[in-house]
Ligand binder design. Structure first.
Ligand code: PLP
Length: 384
């Protein structure tokens, strides 16, 4: 187990951290189990790992080395800054940068042995000139847009680049990739259309390893795995596809602490804006986590609305009223008093409350929940 804060902050504490008011536990064994599961699903394709946005908010500094020890050799990040931080952690990994080549950054890529994912003919031209100037055939990936209209070469650009033999001879094309727009809807016809477009377009470029699938793409089956898969969310315990029964191990556990318990009479209101009126005399608990910890304000409830339900042991406690910066209020009327006292811990994300369920109530996706986990809670890494 390792703690991100100085060890003295935890010394003399019980396992549950007596002085803490919120603990975010990141289970590296669960991360590794998810990696192995994805690798088996995609086999014999290579399973890379997407660790952008600080490993989806979980902490790249510990997540990436754990994945590397589990056998992962290829990593993807979004930005050059992330790539440099990752290079310091993993001297030998292949590291690709989705953002591609910003003008004037080629030397930084070379100096840190990083691979740009080139998104346009212009970027390919710049990388090839740089390689020619240095006299080194440096590795790069090319991103083909197969129908998402986000990053990548258009079909016209692929046609133009098909004959640019000099440019291709100056570089090492180590990967050709594309990205699926609707893989999270397993029956969406767009995925197959994109797969066909990807095949048609990549055939015009020099031979290279191919990659199409993110987490949800892996679940679409072997035809989508090609040579290398690029999972992110499933590694971190998210749910990649809407209708799938694939469950990955939860990696994140967030718990907050009861600061105060009070009795609220029927007809009284709770919290900012007085949005929740008690329908019966109740016991409510004030818990030490709020939107500054990544507990979205959109998880607030008002009269007549059913919100997210959190857990104390196996007992349920619904959120009442507004989420504030540092606090939420929950109804503990049905929780035994000895379990819902001042100082008791409340499960806010964990085995009973998935990031997916929280996302559903917050009107977003689990990706956004994970990447917004705050920096205030004590971070505790277990396993790995
Ligand atoms: C973020 C990202 C991934 C990973 O996607 P998940 O849905 O998290 O598995 C893969 N490829 C690209 C291009 C991405 O931007």
């Amino acid at each position: 187990m390792s703690l991100e804060r100085p060890p003295e902050a935890a010394s003399g504490e019980r396992e549950d951290g007596a002085s803490e008011t919120a603990i975010l536990t990141i289970d590296l064994d669960a991360l590794i189990a998810n990696y192995r599961r994805l690798r088996d699903l995609a086999s014999p394709a290579e399973c890379a790992a997407v660790v952008k946005a600080d490993a989806y908010g979980l902490g790249m500094a510990l997540a990436a080395p754990a994945l590397s020890r589990a056998g992962c050799k290829t990593f993807f990040v979004a930005t050059l800054g992330e790539a440099r931080a990752l290079r310091a952690l993993l001297p030998d990994a292949a590291i690709y940068v989705f953002a591609g080549l910003m003008p004037g950054t080629a030397e930084l890529y070379r100096a840190h042995d990083l691979r740009p994912v080139l998104n346009s003919a212009e970027e390919i031209g710049e990388w090839a000139s740089f390689c020619a100037m240095r006299g080194e055939k440096l590795a790069c990936a090319v991103h083909i847009d197969s129908g998402m209209n986000r990053l990548g070469l258009s079909a016209d650009e692929v046609d133009r680049m098909a004959h640019a033999r000099d440019l291709w001879q100056a570089v090492t094309l180590s990967l050709v990739m594309s990205h699926l727009a609707c893989a999270d809807e397993p029956t969406h016809p767009k995925s197959e259309a994109q797969r066909k477009a990807f095949d048609r377009l990549r055939a015009k470029l020099p031979m290279a390893l191919a990659s199409l699938a993110n987490s949800a793409g892996i679940l679409l089956g072997r035809a989508y795995a090609y040579d290398l898969v690029r999972p992110g969310i499933a590694l971190y315990g998210g749910k990649p596809a809407r209708q799938s029964d694939h469950h990955f191990h939860p990696v994140v556990h967030l718990k907050g602490r009861i600061l105060q318990v009070r009795k609220v009479a029927e007809g009284e209101t709770v919290g900012y804006g007085a949005t929740h009126t008690m329908k019966r005399p109740s016991r409510v608990a004030i818990v030490s986590v709020g939107y500054a910890d990544g507990f979205f304000r959109s998880l607030s409830t008002k009269d007549g609305q059913e919100g997210l339900v959190v857990y104390i042991g196996s007992h349920t406690a619904p959120i009442l009223g507004r989420v504030s910066m540092d606090l939420i209020t929950i109804d503990v009327s049905l929780v035994p008093e000895e379990l819902s006292r001042r100082g008791a811990w409340v499960e806010l994300i964990g085995p009973n409350v998935s990031a997916q369920a929280m996302a559903h109530h917050a009107g977003t996706i689990d990706y956004e929940i994970l990447t917004n986990l705050g920096r205030r809670a004590l971070r505790r890494y277990v396993g790995g």
